[in-house]
Write a protein that binds this ligand. Sequence first.
Ligand SMILES: *Cc1c(COP(=O)(O)O)cnc(C)c1O
Ligand code: SF4
Length: 345
Amino acid sequence: MPTFTTPRALIEACLGPPEREPEWRAVAERYAVAIPPALAALIDRNDPDDPIARQFLPDGRELDRRPHERDDPIGDDLKSPTPGLVHRYPDRVLIKLASVCAVYCRFCFRRESVGGGAPLDAAAFAAALDYIRERPKIWEVVLTGGDPLVLSARRLAEVTRALAAIPHVEILRWHTRLPVAAPERVTDELAAALASGHDKTVYVALHANHARELTPEARAACRRLIAAGCTLVSQTVLLKGVNDRVETLEALMRGFVEARIKPYYLHHPDLAPGTSHFRIPIAEGQALVRALRRRLSGLAMPTYVLDLPDARGKIPIGPSYLEGAGPDYAVVDPNGGVAAYSDLC
Ligand SMILES: *Cc1c(COP(=O)(O)O)cnc(C)c1O
Ligand code: SF4
């Protein structure tokens, strides 16, 4: 089965009624569309509210741009000293290696910059390497895009080799959706390209938003990465109509832990253009996280984060359980009761 990239192909695959073709065409003229076979197969064609369909099928509401939405929602461009490199925190940089993805998520925070164009070119990658080499404080390099794992295993091995040759870089972290979007592309060769031939520590942050994305094939792809020596963490975007129920988040977080993926971040959605139909108020997100904490072990809990506009950075925005300024606190206990606690040494 091919990847569906046009409204016509989506309709021919019965992923929506023919009446939607004009709406989908209007969206596809503005934003990239791609649904690979593994995800098309997960869409429940009989459920108008299917959480998989909602993430990937175009929707006319994407053209409803709100005044507070931004092309560069988190301010990457403000902190980009060389092309494709973002340096926002002293000890880590981010490199956008590829500008394409195996699937295009309708809520993507980089939707204005992904979907076309060439991968980071040799000159820009060389400039990024020089920048990192000259700054011994840079301990971690985050590889992202787009989805960097769409590159060939050979290219990934070259990138890994170049970064691993920098003595002060200890951590390589790859952000990807590929194990879910196209698990068959996460081959042993690709996994080895990330983890072999060097002594650095490699993390892979898997983006998944619903437990149904963690198919046996996706889990097998994750196992190949783990077997090669990568440590897996998760990232999830909190999305209205996709995972904004506590049962849904609980199933997803348990799925991650069972697949040897440590839940890392639950992102509040960024102010990307045409994504207001995916956002819920932060107060609702906090209530969900509070309810989640009552159901899950600490191991299964992600950190709820907001990435501030204008490159001000990511901050935890989870619920607070502690009230008062000390030494006398009111603390919310795991059952929702309030306990008094005196913070005496
Ligand atoms: C998100 C991000 C990172 C990684 O941040 P963590 O909180 O360590 O996951 C690094 N650099 C940039 C520019 C980022 O946006
Ligand atoms: S895989 Fe990531 S970068 Fe690509 S469209 Fe989805 S959210 Fe955006």
